[in-house]
Design a protein. Structure first.
Lengths: 228, 231
């Protein structure tokens, strides 16, 4: 058999899809048995009436442990942040002290409060402010001691410390009420003198002398009357 | 295509139709392509599956029977293939022909079957007798004709069984499935030219066996098991 003949037979087979004679091809009688047909059709019918199982969602194995760990870490961080925000802010160098802000707010809030409560609040506020200033000055002193300008800054340190202490005393003094007759401008000269006489009668000579001096300073022309 | 078989047109969704209307609907369904029938079956139309089954049952059974050479194995594989089709009815996408989809499942089922069988001792059917001879023969043939045809068919089948598994697979797919060489190459995992070459070799051996009577009667009694694609 030559090549072209084989090629022709191959093409013929490709068209007919069988190499057997027609009659023999018809005898290729393999058919599925009726019982198999019934089984297959019964399965197909049962599958229609049985709903297909929905795909079950299966989370990854690492999802639960990872979620728990992440929740714990976040909860710990939030708790730590909420517990002491003031210390964290104070520890940060260069940032404005938040205590001062809180002081200002509380002072504003106390504007409508009674005088005694207001004075008490102001005293507490000033104490906190002074403590903050002390912390700040100490931090600056430590920072400056390491710099090349340390000697000059060290010389300036006592002055700033003295001014700071005097400021503090002045602030504290301003908040204490001083009751003095001289400060009470509602008294007339006669009433003031009567008070001085009363102090002398009571044996409070020092106070009487001080009041007398204050009276003479306030009313230098009242000498004639006192002579009476 | 014929509806003369007793297993088609059982009770189904067209029962409420009048007989002429039912006939018209069945004829309209008959002209529908396989993908459409599969989609209808996925929606619950049993009659669509019956029609689909009637179209492909014989070709699939012949392909499996000529591969397996055992009626029990053939029946089991046939049911397994259709069970997979039924199970995948919702996931089926008509990107390729339904026939390609069906024969790909059959091909894979056969590979799985040979893997399982390789672990067990091989069982010969009826003491070496070709099981196909046990099938009922057509009654209209005379005894002489039947004897002559039987001799030819024995030679043909034994030569077919003696073919290398890859060549036999391509040959049976081409003869029975009606697929193109491209599609057969896709099913078997090789290119079209490779499939064509295998088919050419198989055809040459079978023609030689049919042309020379009495020489190949005992040759090639043992078939080569089917290997995985690409081996």
């Amino acid at each position: 058999m030559t090549g072209p003949e084989r090629e022709e037979e191959f093409e013929q087979f490709l068209q007919q899809r069988t190499i057997l004679p027609h009659r023999l091809a018809e005898t290729e009688r393999f058919e599925p048995p009726a019982e198999v047909d019934r089984v297959v059709l019964a399965r197909a019918k049962a599958a229609i009436h049985t709903p297909e199982p929905a795909p079950v969602f299966r989370p990854a194995r690492w999802a639960l442990p990872f979620g728990l760990a992440a929740t714990l870490v976040i909860a710990f961080a939030v708790n730590l942040h909420l517990r002491n925000p003031v210390q964290q802010d104070l520890a940060a160098p260069g940032s404005a002290p938040p205590v001062v802000k809180r002081v200002a707010l509380s002072a504003e809030d106390n504007a409508a409060a009674p005088a005694y409560a207001r004075a008490k609040a102001e005293r507490r506020v000033l104490t906190e402010a002074s403590r903050t200033l002390e912390l700040k000055s100490a931090r600056e002193a430590v920072a400056d001691s390491a710099s090349p300008m340390a000697p000059q800054m060290a010389r300036a340190e006592p002055e700033s410390a003295a001014s700071y202490s005097s400021d503090r005393q002045r602030l504290m003094k301003g908040n204490t009420r001083v009751f003095s007759l001289a400060a009470d401008k509602r008294l007339s000269p006669e009433q003031w003198l009567a008070k001085i006489q009363q102090l002398r009668h009571e044996g409070k000579d020092l106070e009487a002398e001080r009041e007398q001096a204050a009276f003479q300073k306030a009313y230098p022309n009242y000498r004639a009357n006192t002579a009476d | 295509m014929s509806f003369s078989n007793d297993w088609v047109l059982e009770a189904g969704p067209l029962d409420w139709c009048s007989p002429p209307e039912r006939t018209r609907k069945v004829r309209a369904m008959e002209s529908e392509d396989d993908a459409g029938l599969m989609a209808r079956y996925a929606q619950g139309d049993m009659r669509a599956f019956e029609l689909l089954y009637s179209r492909h049952r014989s070709a699939l059974y012949r392909y499996l029977a000529r591969h397996a050479r055992d009626p029990e194995v053939t029946n089991d594989l046939f049911q397994e293939v259709w069970s997979k089709v039924i199970a995948n009815r919702s996931r089926y996408e008509p990107r390729a022909k339904f026939r390609t989809f069906l024969f790909r499942i059959a091909h894979n089922c056969f590979i799985d079957h040979y893997r399982r069988q390789s672990l067990r001792p091989k069982q010969e059917y009826a003491d070496g007798e070709d099981w196909e001879d046990a099938l009922p023969a057509p009654a209209h043939e005379s005894p002489d004709t039947r004897a002559e045809h039987a001799e030819l068919m024995v030679r043909y089948r034994k030569t077919l069984n003696a073919l290398p598994a890859e060549q036999r697979d391509v040959f049976l797919l081409y003869e029975e499935s009606g697929l193109s060489l491209d599609e057969i190459g896709a099913i078997t995992g090789v290119g079209m030219e490779t499939a064509k070459s295998r088919l050419r070799y198989a055809l040459a051996k079978l023609r030689a066996a049919l042309a020379t009577p009495s020489t190949q009667s005992d040759a090639g009694a043992h078939a080569t098991p089917l290997q995985e694609p690409g081996i």
